[in-house]
Design a protein around this ligand. Structure first.
Ligand code: UFG
Length: 328
């Protein structure tokens, strides 16, 4: 029988791509998702159990029924602005519920864990390229919730031998290269899907949140990483833990920054469409530049991103928008 893994949040954007890659790599995939932001038809590469991490009895039943070799945890609320307005929601969902999951793992002697962390733990960075050792000063409850879990994981390793890898995503983007899965948030807040909606006539224009940042063209610079490359890093992290590797943390990005204006210009080229853009004021809590130094993941995990070109990332996402967008 195949090794079974639990993918929490496997009906969401990154989790659904991960479930596919895991299934293709020969793992048995069970997905736990409360469908608060995920979609059941995205969970097509695993057995979907609808449920919430606050439900201890459900967790006990799941861990009793399956001999999971590891848990991958993608389920979290991830809207920075919402986290400022409703921190209780974020600490409940992202911290307390993650602790429920870890404690259920310990009760059932499952001790390998992969955690979706975020560049948001760094806040306003002090240097251009962010290494793993960069000081952590999150500037919103979302970022703090991710940092708290990383700290919890260090303590659980020390005290209980729970081995984990935390992967700090920069800007996840793109879609399944085979076109089966893609990014879908409701409401959508991320730059690339919004620009593509504008390209597809589903929105009148794209708003540029500020053009007075200290960057070459005045718009914010981000490190967009293809979702499939993110997933391949998780697979390597899983293999590392299955080979009894120690706990670790990695920053995951392409190592190249693109401005909001460059994303819009590239999308115009890729789609051949006019995309009206309107400069608006800054969005609260946006750092000017966020770019990862991902050398450590390459060195320690042997990670090799395949889809580093912004054109490729956008064209995969464009394929998904054209195939599925109108239906929503
Ligand atoms: N932007 C626009 N117009 C839009 C949407 C976004 O100009 O309509 C800009 C933003 O201001 C930002 C950039 O495009 O400068 C990227 O914005 P996204 O919302 O796509 O992504 P973020 O960088 O804000 O967020 C990502 C993750 C979060 C995480 C954060 C860490 O999605 O989960 O990085 O800072 F918290």
């Amino acid at each position: 029988t195949k090794d079974a893994v639990l993918v929490v949040g496997g009906a969401g954007y990154i989790g659904s791509h991960m479930a596919k890659m895991l299934a293709q790599a020969g793992f048995g995939v069970v997905i736990l998702d409360n469908l608060s932001t995920g979609f059941p038809d995205a969970a097509r590469y695993g057995d979907l159990i609808r449920g919430d991490l606050s439900n201890q009895a459900l967790l006990d039943r799941l861990f009793h029924e399956h001999a999971f070799v590891a848990v991958l945890h993608f389920a979290a609320l991830s809207q920075v602005g919402e986290s400022v307005r409703a921190p209780a929601l974020y600490y409940r969902n992202n911290v307390a519920n993650t602790q429920n999951l870890l404690d259920a793992m310990l009760r059932h002697d499952v001790r390998r864990f992969i955690f979706s962390s975020s560049a948001a733990i760094f806040g306003e960075p002090a240097s251009a390229y962010i290494e793993e050792t960069h000081p952590q000063r999150p500037i919103n409850p979302y970022g703090r919730s991710k940092r708290m879990v990383e700290e919890m994981l260090a303590d659980y390793d020390h005290a209980y031998g729970l081995r984990s890898v935390s992967l700090r995503y920069f800007n996840a983007a793109g879609a399944d290269p085979e076109g089966e899965l893609g990014e879908r948030h409701d409401p959508e807040s991320h730059l690339i899907p919004l620009v593509l909606q504008a390209a597809n006539g589903r929105r009148e224009h794209i708003a540029i949140y500020g053009d007075d940042y200290p960057t070459p063209d005045g718009t914010c610079v981000r490190d967009y990483i293809h979702v499939w490359d993110l997933c391949s890093a998780h697979l390597l992290a899983l293999e590392h833990l299955l080979a009894d590797g120690r706990s670790d943390v990695f920053n995951l990005g392409n190592g190249a920054g693109f401005s909001v204006q460059e994303v819009i210009d590239t999308t115009r080229r890729v789609t051949g469409r006019d995309i009206p853009a309107i400069v608006q004021g800054r969005r609260a809590g946006d750092p000017a530049v966020l770019v990862a130094d991902s050398q450590k993941a390459r060195r320690a995990l042997g990670w090799e991103p395949r889809f580093q070109e912004l054109e490729t990332i956008i064209s995969h996402a464009w394929g998904w928008e054209r195939a599925k967008g109108e239906a929503w």
